[in-house]
Ligand binder design. Structure first.
Ligand code: NAD
Length: 478
């Protein structure tokens, strides 16, 4: 644990094993905190807050920029660590480090642009001064699928705003988080500004932190189910919350799409991170007129994937995070096939035992199949066909999730209609990738609250205060 600048054991001296998903081997053990450790991290984050929030923005910015440079210098170290604990191919881990570092650069630039306003009251009797201040100590809870980027996406804007944080990474991937904290400390981050706590029992620890009045904000990335529970826990303290939750992304291919480009985008949107991404294309919604060509192209690309350990440079698809996730995906595929889905690409028999799964492509998936409603989180592509634009858009919106949607068309007017009609926070048009530190990432409906990235991302960590200043003495011309 990192608490107030000190590396230490959990109070109970318990430890949490970390596994390599490619082999199942234990590769490390980290301090396993429980609810008894909550008071220490809370105290550390609260104690560091007055000083950090009063640190000149330029100094906070310089520190974030130094960490940005350090991440680039040590990119290979971080990439190896991400692959080791999370499993993705090294090339993808390298890309994640670059993406993660971008948040530090972007928010180092935003730290000095926190602005306010000055206004004359309409009746002239007062002046209104509006200022933006850091919300206070924040709890940041992150998932395992992007062990570094999900952390920098929260830590960078929080620190830029002047908040201190308690970071609780996913139990599957604590190492990237701890290494990141080391790098921040080396760059000169004051003690207590970032505190890191890992646990095998997130429920009690997170609840103990949220029940304490020293915490002022929760930022969570993870499943919708856990997010809902945390919103309840945040209610008694009326905490500010940001929620980046699950997705069920539609990927619409209209009849006027460039099909080669759509296949390219589909491969990226489906297979990045082995499909274990909240913005992974979950449902390919394809116009009947072009479905055979699109499906043939995608099937060819899926069959060509080389499934193997992420550390092997030949691998294009690594293991899923663990055997449980693999079995879950297999269960969804079996259920869809038993409901009548057509298995265009199938792994054959997938026996339990390891975390690897070859890609699958299912055509004509019936709405009754579970996979039609759930986030798949694996390399399984499902196709649903339509024949009119309205039908395609209705299928896309037929979900409680609203994170991202992808649209392929060469008709600008159709693209604009789709952007406006889609019920989600982000739309990729003729591209299968939307994540960018400079853009507002986040969802609508049950995919979340708030945004990360862009100018808006720092606002999640700022409160608005307004002062009304009597100005009656300034009236008249003397
Ligand atoms: P998860 O919800 O199980 O876990 C996420 C985090 O919550 C982890 O740190 C975990 O330890 C913690 N957690 C789990 N149970 C908890 C509890 N009872 N109380 C407090 N904390 C608890 O999700 P996951 O399986 O790690 O990640 C996958 C999910 O994350 C997917 O649904 C995915 O879509 C979502 N995700 C969303 C985004 C986004 O930006 N919208 C990004 C990445 C992942």
């Amino acid at each position: 644990m990192l608490v107030g600048g000190e590396w230490r054991e959990a109070r109970a001296e318990a430890s949490l094993p970390v596994h390599n998903p490619a082999t199942g081997e234990v590769i490390a053990a980290v301090a396993d905190a429980d609810a008894d450790d909550a008071a220490d991290v809370l105290e550390a984050a609260a104690a560091a807050f007055p000083r950090w929030s009063a640190t000149p923005p330029r100094r906070r910015a310089a520190l974030l920029h130094d960490v940005f440079l350090a991440l680039h210098e040590r990119a290979e170290e971080f990439a190896q660590l991400i692959t080791l604990e999370m499993g993705k191919p090294l090339a993808e881990s390298r890309a994640e480090v670059g993406y993660a570092a971008d948040f530090l650069r972007w928010y180092s630039e935003e730290a000095v642009r926190i602005s306010g306003s000055y206004r004359t009251a309409p009746d002239g009797s007062a002046r209104h001064l509006t200022l933006r201040q850091p919300v206070g100590p924040c709890l940041l809870v992150t998932p395992w699928n992007f062990p570094l980027a999900m952390i920098t996406r929260k830590v960078a804007p929080a620190l830029a705003a002047g908040c201190t944080v308690i970071l609780k990474p996913a139990e599957e991937t604590p190492l990237s988080a701890l290494h990141f904290a080391h790098v921040m400390a080396e760059a000169g981050l004051p003690a207590g500004v970032v505190n890191v706590v890992n646990t095998s029992r997130p429920g009690p620890l997170v609840e103990a932190i949220l029940r304490d009045r020293r915490i002022r904000k929760l930022s969570f990335t993870g499943s919708t189910e856990v997010g809902r529970r945390l919103l309840e826990l945040a209610a008694p303290g009326v905490l500010r919350t940001s929620m980046e939750l699950g997705g069920n992304a539609p990927f619409i291919v209209f009849r006027d799409a460039d099909i080669d480009a759509a296949v390219e985008g589909a491969v990226a949107a489906k297979l990045r991170n082995g499909g274990q991404s909240c913005v992974a294309a979950n449902r390919f919604i394809v116009d009947d007129a072009v479905a055979p060509r699109f499906i043939e192209g995608l099937a060819e690309r899926l069959r060509a994937q080389i499934v193997g350990p992420g550390a092997d440079p030949r691998s294009t698809l690594g293991p899923l995070i663990n055997g449980g996730q693999r079995d879950r995906a297999v269960g969804l595929v079996d259920d869809a096939v038993s409901h009548g889905a057509d298995p265009v690409v199938h792994y054959g028999t997938a026996g339990p035992g390891d975390a690897f799964l070859k890609p699958v492509l299912l055509d004509r998936v019936p709405p009754a199949a579970q996979i039609a409603r759930q986030e798949i989180f694996g390399p399984v592509a499902t196709v649903y066909r339509f024949s009119t634009e309205q039908e395609g858009l209705a299928l896309a919106n037929a979900t409680e999730s609203g994170l991202v949607g992808y649209v392929y068309t060469q008709d600008l007017n159709r693209a604009l209609r789709a952007i406006e009609a889609m019920e989600c926070g982000m739309v990729g048009v003729n591209r299968g990738y939307v994540s960018d530190a400079s853009a507002p990432f986040g969802g609508t409906k049950q995919s979340g609250l708030g945004r990360e990235g862009g100018e808006i991302g720092i606002q999640e960590y700022l409160e608005t205060k307004y002062a009304s200043i009597d100005a009656t003495g300034t009236r008249g011309f003397g």
